[in-house]
Design a binder for this molecule. Structure first.
Ligand code: DI6
Ligand code: FE
Length: 402
């Protein structure tokens, strides 16, 4: 057997599917060939005859799958720090909107930004994720709200993979907010997305999935249903920002459309949780937005556990409701705020996050034939990854065997 690289003297959490635990190997070895895992198992089960160009002694460190941040708005123009400051000083939503704040201020800044400008402003945020062992990130559009800017955002997201060794999955989020030029006509805007914008985005191959924001302040379940029908007619999988601020039964709508995921879910009920489990739709929980907006309504974690709904967690990195670029801190928040277990947090940033992107066959767990994306940690136990606040114990990150 020939290996390019072999990591030995490691404790490995394979997080492979179909196991109730994290799939731990105490005296583990993992090897890569052409960027793909070619061996993973006990040191004692290594074939007697093998060739490895490089052997790396992990000195007893832990190895997990490279982390997957499955919900971000990483590419956008500007930031909303001043709006944050105004809110702290007691400004109301209307006052902030009148002062040019809110989601539309990010739309304005994003429309003004060039492709290169979007890439350059996203890189430091991407680097923060990479520094903590993230090897795949999902990036949404949704701050353009016109064909040119939505396409430019998605191109910028795709371009990022030319600057850093990282997997990028894109989602078209044209149904994020109503642009000012639509003058209040949500139905006409949704028609335009379904007939013109989405088909052109699909034709250019810019989106791996289609997302939407189903909420009183955004789009109705009926309007999102039309976007989903159009997406699926084009062969694109769907996902949904659902039940974040109220229960519009977005989780059930997502399940009905066999969505990869429904995200946020603070107001989801037990029926929604069960519908998601039946459809194999992943629940993506976003504790950063819950924290930053000082929400009180907890997502129904117990209902997801009872129904067997898979749970992922993600940063939701965005300038308005979650200016967060740490997946480690996100895990800590999921544990402290949502009372998720250490295992749930770790599965949530690996195997389930991969499933939320439709990428389970390639990433999210350590098995022969999958991409060799690893995070190697200076920790004594895996619980430390969830326990610490603002500390980064990453030793090395490996993407596609490098
Ligand atoms: N959920 C949110 O919380 C936001 N978008 C979304 O889909 C907020 C985005 C913003 O304020 O920029
Ligand atoms: Fe979001």
């Amino acid at each position: 057997m020939r290996f390019d690289r072999l990591w030995h003297n490691a404790r490995i959490a394979t997080i492979q599917p179909g196991r109730p635990d994290l799939g731990i190997i105490e005296k583990g070895v993992i090897a890569s060939t052409d960027g793909v895992i070619s061996f993973v198992g006990e040191e004692s089960s290594l074939p007697l005859q093998y060739d490895a160009d490089e052997r790396i002694d992990c000195e007893g460190r832990w190895i997990t799958p490279g982390l997957v941040d499955c919900h971000t708005h990483l590419v956008h123009g500007g930031n909303r720090a001043l709006e944050f400051e105004m809110r702290l000083a007691g400004a109301t939503y209307e006052e902030i909107a009148r002062a040019g704040g809110g989601i539309i201020s990010t739309v304005r800044a994003t429309r003004k930004a060039s492709l290169e400008g979007l890439v350059q402003s996203a890189l430091p945020r991407l680097d923060a994720l990479i520094a903590e062992g993230v090897t795949t990130v999902e990036i949404k559009s949704g701050y353009g709200l016109d064909l040119d800017t939505e396409a430019r955002m998605l191109e910028a997201a795709r371009h990022l993979s030319g600057y850093r060794g990282i997997g990028i999955a894109t989602s078209f989020l044209g149904a994020h907010a109503l642009p000012p030029e639509a003058v209040g006509d949500k139905d006409r805007y949704i028609d335009d997305i379904c007939r013109t914008v989405l088909p052109e985005i699909a034709r250019r191959g810019l989106a791996d999935a289609v997302d939407g924001f189903c909420e009183g302040i955004a789009f109705s379940p009926e309007q999102m249903g039309r976007v989903f029908d159009a997406a699926r007619a084009l062969g694109l999988p769907v996902k949904l920002h659902a039940d974040q601020l109220s229960n519009l039964h977005g989780a059930a709508l997502a399940a009905e459309h066999h969505a990869l995921s429904a995200d946020h879910l603070e107001y989801t009920d037990a029926e929604g949780a069960a519908a998601m489990a039946n459809a194999g739709t992943v629940a993506v929980l976003l504790p950063g937005a819950f924290y930053f907006l000082r929400e009180k309504q907890l997502p129904p974690i117990d209902a997801f556990r009872k129904a067997g709904t898979e749970m992922a967690i993600a940063t939701d990195c965005n300038p308005g409701s979650s200016p967060l670029t740490s997946l480690l801190l996100t895990m800590n928040m999921a544990a402290t705020l949502f009372r998720m277990t250490v295992e749930e947090c770790l599965v949530g940033v690996t195997r389930s996050a991969a499933k939320a992107l439709g990428l389970s066959a390639r990433i999210g767990s350590l098995e022969v034939g999958k991409d060799c994306d690893l995070a190697i940690w200076n920790v004594e136990s895996l619980a430390e990854l969830v326990y610490r606040i603002g500390f980064n114990p990453l030793h090395r990150r490996v993407w596609r065997g490098q």
